[in-house]
Design a protein around this ligand. Structure first.
Ligand code: KG4
Ligand code: ZN
Length: 335
């Protein structure tokens, strides 16, 4: 079986083709980051226009690399939310047009469940046929930070999410305050690699509710530090970046491990763009008492293979979308 995944929720135009065992036949992604260098962040109007410009080429390349024709596609799985509506619409309308023209079933997928299923792409590190449920997932990206308990495929219990900024957003804004462009996470990782994580003590979270997050305090403390200590920030840049990353990863790890203990899970999955972070991975592996899994390299950040895996599971469950499928900016898990 050939499953075509389409992902256009933010600034990446992505199309992948997988088989029914989640093996990737092709995975094509056209990133728009170069267009936003002078803007300090994604510009929604530019993003949707670029998706419309690029999606035909990305589709052509994905088919070519997988060595299949459109006639060989058995299922189309597309992100329909949450995200930038103008961007999502390009993917959704492409999916529906292909579905109508070629009589292929189409399924709308939540971007966040796509991130969850990124852990099963290529059946690595986990097998989609035999997952170690109950599992706790930490979804940590530029737009989201939440803890989700999963006892059965496609059934999500959201334990808590961020009250304000996502963890990736705090990294992006801190990098921006340092004069770097989007995305900031990889820049902070690189600068902080050989720094002293205990050089400066940024605030840790003191929220009472145990499974919620908040990163606006840390972000503000970071930006305020840079403004109030300009010389030290310049001379000790590596130490400052390491210290900021240390605080952010402490918050994520402590809350996740508390939830894992409370719900007695067999394993933890950490997914979303920030799950690519080296310090986060090392610290999680060192501190956790249950196995912690991360997506294969290249599948932490947005991609279409993860959307195809989630869509195929819905298909097996009997779900079908139709030509009324619409793009939505907010979409809680499980809807
Ligand atoms: O999942 P994603 O590609 O898009 C969203 O759905 O938001 O995540 C993008 C986020 C950005 O905030 C980016 O700075 C962060 O993931 N990110 C990282 C790393 N790579 C990407 N953060 C920390 N370390 C990284 N290596
Ligand atoms: Zn994402």
């Amino acid at each position: 079986m050939n499953i075509l995944g389409i992902e256009t929720s933010c600034d990446d135009t992505a199309i992948a083709i997988i088989d029914e065992h989640a093996n990737v036949k092709s995975n094509v992604l056209s990133s728009q980051t170069q267009f936003y260098k002078d803007y300090g962040g994604i510009v929604p109007e530019i993003a949707s226009r670029k998706h419309a410009e690029l999606i035909g080429y990305v589709l052509e390349e994905a088919l070519k690399l997988a060595n299949v024709a459109l006639e060989d596609i058995d299922l189309i799985s597309v992100t329909y939310g949450p995200g930038l509506v103008g961007s999502l619409l390009v993917g959704v309308e492409t999916a529906k047009s292909l579905s109508f023209a070629k009589k292929i079933p189409v399924i709308g997928v939540n971007h966040l469940e796509g991130h969850i299923y990124s852990l099963f792409v290529n059946n690595k590190p986990l097998s989609v046929e035999n997952p170690p449920f109950p599992m706790l997932f930490l979804i940590v990206s530029g737009g989201h930070t939440e803890l989700v308990l999963i006892k059965k495929h496609l059934q999500y219990e959201v334990l808590g999410e961020t009250r304000d900024d996502a963890a990736g957003e705090a990294l992006d804004k801190f990098a921006r305050a340092l004069g770097y462009g989007y995305p900031g996470g990889p820049v902070i990782q690189k600068l902080g690699e050989n720094g002293d994580p205990n050089f400066y003590k940024f605030p840790r979270l003191s929220l009472k509710s145990p499974f919620e997050f908040s990163f606006s305090g840390l972000k503000t403390a970071g930006v305020y530090y840079l403004q109030s200590h300009p010389d030290e920030a310049k001379n000790r840049l590596n130490d400052i970046c390491a210290s900021f990353e240390e605080a952010l990863t402490d918050i994520l790890i402590n809350r996740t491990l508390n939830a894992a203990r409370k719900f007695d899970v067999k394993a933890i999955g950490v997914v979303g763009g920030v799950s690519a972070n080296k310090r986060l991975r090392e610290k999680f592996r060192k501190k956790s008492y249950v196995p912690v899994y991360f997506p294969e390299k290249g599948f932490s950040t947005d991609n279409a293979a993860m959307i195809a895996v989630a869509g195929y599971l819905h298909y097996k469950n009997g779900k079908r979308s139709d030509l009324l499928l619409d793009a939505v900016s907010t979409l809680p898990l499980g809807v």
